[in-house]
Design a protein around this ligand. Sequence first.
Ligand SMILES: [Zn+2]
Ligand SMILES: [Zn+2]
Length: 515
Amino acid sequence: MPPDSLSFSAPRPPSLLSPLPSPSYPIVDRLVAGRSGESRLSDSLETAFAKGHGRCCAFVESSEDGPAAAAQQGRMETIDEKSWRRINFSTNLSCDDCGLDYPAPEPKLFSFNSPLGACTECEGFGNIVDLDMELIVPDPGKSLRDGAIAPWNTPAYAHELKKLLSIARKIDLPIDVPFRDLTESQRALIVHGAPDHDFGGLGGFFAWLERRKYKMHVRVFLSRWRSYRPCPACGGARLRPEALAVRIGGRNLGEICAMKVRDAAAMFRDLELSEYERQVGRMMLDQVGARLAYLEAVGLGYLTLDRTLRTLSGGEARRVSLTSALGSSLVNMLYVLDEPSIGLHPRDIRQLLDAVKQLRDRGNTVVVVEHEEAIIRAADQVVEIGPGAGQRGGKIVFQGAPGEMQKSSDSLTGDYLAGRRGFGPNGRRREPNHGWIRLAGARGNNLHNVTVEFPLGVLCLVTGVSGSGKSTLVQDTLYPALCRRLRKDAPKPYPFDDVFGDGQLDDVIMIDQSP
Ligand SMILES: [Zn+2]
Ligand SMILES: [Zn+2]
């Protein structure tokens, strides 16, 4: 690259007394790139920034093939009939070229719970509520006359449909073809209305309801036709642009939070930093690294960081709180874990045990309520309550090391551990020949467009590693899809193509952990 010659100048701060018609630039130094030495360069820059109140300009003698021209930096300016490329620099967090100011980064800027950090459009929720045409027209196979527009099938609002049908001919709107066959402009008529014919459309209708929201039943009615969609301003990242402009390893906080725990852990491990950056960030990097490592250690490496606690399964949530215990350096504590293995695949139990043992080895007591054999075997001390359930239980039938438990004749668990009892292969299994429910094209969360047949009249077990999509398939797709068919109230199912065989069922009931 041919060396460009540079000169540094500090812009004179604007003054009220002497308004300058065009800016003038006091020259601080003239340098030849690559020939002037680093200490002179930094001395001159320091002077220029100091005199220029944090701003300075570099004038690069224009050569069309120089590095500055190649990077398309700065603006061309002619001074004394010579053309220069002016490049602005600033020690403030602002961009002179587009005039944007950035606040100094502080913790609150990166929190969507703080007004300083939250996206102003969605107020930090990441979602906005909007009318959902899929809910308003649940069956696009119906025509307008047959009641395609569900909210207008309610007796209280049937007058809207009546009005639409009465003016349909005048506004050239077919009312006997399936809704899905209407053109874009015909649908727009239904949404935006026809003011000339005193018809407000869906937009006018919902705006009218919006004004009567102080009535409880109107609020409930409105909520039936709305769903959440990602905020268009932040794309669901929940933070304002100033916060998202801060990047580490090329990624902003929103992008990092969308990563899986294990990918984020790898990213922070492989971060390329200068010696100086590493020193300044050491504390934070250590803490972030440790937290991510703990989440991986309890088998949650597959979770994305932006998952809210509410969307985690019971077992996942418990293991997340276990990691905060692991992250603290408290000693002499007693931790109670209620079935931490729930939802955990046998493969991940070893990692969970390692994490629990770490907690113990640091000088704490851990009490675990658990049925999982591998965890019972790993315990230092086992307490068995029994012998039966309910009234037949409530007694301590055994206490001691797992090894002694195996020898104890009182311990039912010991019998299983020693293999004296077990689930033999002699139980009668029912053949799956009582019909099927077929769920086609399920695509919610991580499901890869799967089609599944569930045999009827048998005990059918859905298993797989924690986070593999069991709940998404059964709770979030199959159950609500069947509810819809059986005309039961249920949340909107996750995306799927079709469900077959529901005619063989009378009812569908969800039994979950909630009381
Ligand atoms: Zn800019
Ligand atoms: Zn937003």
